[in-house]
Ligand binder design. Sequence first.
Ligand SMILES: Cc1ncc(COP(=O)(O)O)c(C=O)c1O
Length: 364
Amino acid sequence: MVKIADLETPALIVDLDIMERNLARVADYARQRNLRLRPHTKTHKTPAMGARQVALGAVGLTIAKVGEAEVMLGAGSPDLLIMYPVIGRSKLERLMRVARQTRLTVSMDSLEAARQLSDAASEAQVNVGVLAEIDVGMGRVGVAPGPELVELARGMLRLPALTFEGISFYPHIKMLDDEGNAQLKAVSAMIDCALAGLRREGIAVNIVTGGSTPTLFDSHRFAGMNEIRPGTYIYNDRSVVSVGACGWEDVAARMLVTVVSTAKKDHMIIDGGSKTFSSDRLPLAGEVTFGLIEEEPDALFHKMNEEHGYVDMSRAKGRFQVGDRLRVIPNHICAAVNLHERVYGYRGDTVEQVFVVEGRGKLQ
Ligand SMILES: Cc1ncc(COP(=O)(O)O)c(C=O)c1O
């Protein structure tokens, strides 16, 4: 049995007890609130984790890229949702190979994307579900939830080899404070408006999919939403804690690092930098830091090169020596996972299972 103490660093380690609790809690919540759960796999990018989500009752899995869909077939999910417009013939040909193996749905906000998908699906003699994406305030992708949506849905309904399933959106609400609660109400109003417009045209809507981790346990407050796609909840991270959406006890993932230099007074260098953690900052923090050092929360992990993490120890009580190993809670786990080949699942001090992050780097 490999012990955590034997792992080479930097290593991404996951407490399996916490992860399993996170997965079960959300599966239970979705079941109790009658919400379909289609977790976003961008966080773990690991078919074995997707399989666990399906085993706990997820109706399907969500992905962003065709390459991730190819990999996530390994999760044995009955259904894959691509929450990203897939553009271009060769990608669509690859996607149709996926569609031959499992039910596939794609979200998009243009008729051009729908036409390309319809052509590819017709040629491949498969049927693909489509969702019309609305913008509920993020300003990223999505049409306005009025006449533009109706026009998009009507166009999708006319195209061969596609089944119009409903609407999708990404409620990018960072935190459920007063502002976040007002945003939640505004999103609900937009969903209402979207559904009323489609209803007036006699367009049937089966799926209304949204949902993310910061608002996860308030998903039932979004009017009309019947499906959620949280991603980060499987591991959680410092960002999720910082916006009050989970506690430190719910954070499953840590970066195991080694102190490699203490040559400068009140400073130390750890063996993880931007190629280990990603450069993401905390969403609402003033001070720039790249992770929380569990053993010494007053140490400031304030700067990174690719392979060096700079830690300012001037406020810290203790001091570490070269060779000491520390656990760092990353700011943004999804971006960090994408940098790692393996995730080490542990219980207590023992590594129980090594997961290959098969979807890492699958950007095409
Ligand atoms: C379209 C879409 N759906 C769902 C999610 C999941 O969000 P979270 O990781 O906050 O749960 C994301 C995250 O980036 C997303 O882009």
